[in-house]
Design a protein around this ligand. Structure first.
Ligand code: GLU
Length: 480
């Protein structure tokens, strides 16, 4: 039954379980695998691991696909494990025929009792050795009990061969690893006919031709068992790379980024907040490839696909989720875009979620996205679109200005000469004429800025004033 895809596997995949929204770690895995597939001329495919019905979340698959689409992550092939039950069953039955697996009729009660005995005797708990009593049931008895409608699972018979003290393998990021073999006979087919992760993983990654299984480090410890299953199935052992998990600092302690506690762990929250997706990619590349930042500095405008991802640089340290770093990257990503791209990205974003948004205000925002863009030193103030109402609050009609320090007479004088049609030089000349020396120029511009924007520091005031137009600018100048 050795009909695996090819002698030379060329696949890279992600294998998410549809348990809700997509985790930042899943996007990281997708990114790493798509680089590896591209660099090695392989396939990049998706496998939906939905055999655990307890963890089933309705719509999770659709939500996942929306996220992947949004990130422009596309797959050459898509597999759904729950549709492949017959394949796993065939392999499991085949192992039973060879004596490498067996039907186990132990009930929950049997297993609990066994566990108690083991604990009392100070023995390791689990289904092994003399405790693996269903290993020895005769074929006739199996047939009779099945015919009787007794529930059963299928377990791999790890007593079938001697595994030695250690199972060694080379993890592509960590180097040589030696793990004690699994002594328990693991379940490979549950009573509902579906396999747990271990069995589905070895069958699928073999049949689907995965060149390198890139997965979270939480699976590292189970790798011995997965190799044992490959051996039983007479499959070549798979190749692995275990990615360090992204951590977060919580009250001085490091812990795994969690979907429940850390909203930023859900990539769609970052997207909804209006981060550029490229920034999320760049951030993930920064934390998973120590070379990336050097490359980006040397190639500030090159497309991300030009970067050569190196698995040797993944390392084993758990990166810490670092929001200021992501924000910084986002500023740089925006700064690279031209005005037309900014408008396109803004329109693709859920801009309707901005408060009190009207067509006029939307048009002002779009114009604002072009201010101080391009050139040698583009403005780097924007992190995410969600910040626009605070960052560019003056684009809205009702703005708050602390008028205490404003000089109404001076501002009215400026209002009288202001014309939104003036080009920048004319505008500046008029201001200089009004304030001939440095201190008075400083006072005037500070007053203008505060009255028009409510802020002491903004992008180019000439540009902002033009975006607002004569009427609004003059109204804001003359109300003091
Ligand atoms: N379904 C597993 C998970 O979400 C996949 C692990 C793997 O990539 O093999 O953790």
């Amino acid at each position: 039954m050795k009909n695996y895809r090819s002698e030379k596997p060329d696949g890279y995949r992600i294998a998410p379980s549809p348990t809700g929204y997509v985790h930042l770690g899943t996007v990281a895995m997708a990114l790493v695998n798509s680089y590896l597939a591209r660099q090695n001329h392989g396939r990049f495919y998706l496998r939906i691991e939905d055999t655990d019905s307890k963890r089933y979340v309705p719509d999770a698959v659709e939500k996942m696909m929306t996220t992947f689409n949004y990130f422009d992550i596309h797959f050459a092939e898509t597999y759904v494990q729950s549709e492949r039950a017959a394949i796993y069953q065939k392999y499991a039955e085949d192992l039973v025929k060879q004596g490498k697996a067996y039907y186990c009729f132990c009930t929950e009660d049997d297993l609990n009792q066994m566990r108690e005995t083991q604990l009392k005797n100070n023995e390791p708990t689990g289904y092994y050795g003399k405790y693996a009593k269903c290993r020895h049931i005769s074929q006739e008895e199996v047939a009779r009990r099945v015919a009787n409608g007794e529930k059963y699972v299928i377990r791999a018979n790890f007593g079938y061969q001697d595994w030695g003290d250690r199972i060694t393998f080379v993890d592509a990021a960590r180097g040589e690893i030696a793990l004690p073999p699994q002594i328990n006979d693991p379940i490979i087919l549950k009573s509902n006919g579906l396999p747990p992760y271990n069995f589905a993983h070895v069958i699928d990654d073999t049949l689907m031709g995965t060149a390198l299984v890139v997965r979270g480090e939480e699976w590292l410890i189970s790798t011995a068992e997965h190799m044992q299953l490959c051996d039983l199935l007479s499959f070549p052992r798979l190749n692995y790379l275990h990615m360090p998990t992204i951590n977060i600092e919580d009250n001085g302690k490091k812990r795994k980024l969690s979907k429940r506690k850390d909203p930023q762990a859900l990539v769609m929250n970052l997207v909804d907040a209006g981060y550029p997706r490229e920034a999320i990619f760049e951030y993930l590349l920064t934390i998973y490839n120590s070379d990336f930042e050097i490359w980006r500095t040397a190639n500030p405008t090159a497309p991300l696909t030009d970067f050569q991802f190196s698995i040797q640089k993944i390392g084993t340290n758990n990166p810490l989720f670092d929001l200021p770093k992501l924000n910084d990257i986002a500023k740089n990503v925006w700064a690279r875009y031209d005005h037309a791209t900014m408008i396109k990205v803004f329109n693709a974003w859920n801009w309707q979620s901005l408060p009190q948004i009207t067509p006029a205000i939307k048009a002002r925002i779009e114009a604002m996205l072009g201010v101080e863009r391009g050139g040698e030193r583009p403005r780097k103030d924007l992190v995410k679109f969600e910040d626009i109402p605070t960052l560019y609050s003056y684009l809205w009609d009702a703005i708050t200005v602390d008028g205490a320090s404003l000089d109404g007479a001076l501002l009215k004088k400026y209002a009288a000469i202001y014309d939104a049609n003036d080009d920048k030089d004319t505008w500046w000349q008029k201001i200089k004429n009004m304030a001939p020396d440095k201190p008075s120029l400083k006072t005037l511009t500070a007053q203008m800025r505060l009255a028009i924007t409510g802020k002491t520091n903004t992008p180019d005031l000439w540009a902002i004033s033009r975006i607002l137009g004569n009427e609004i600018v003059k109204a804001r100048l003359t109300r003091w």
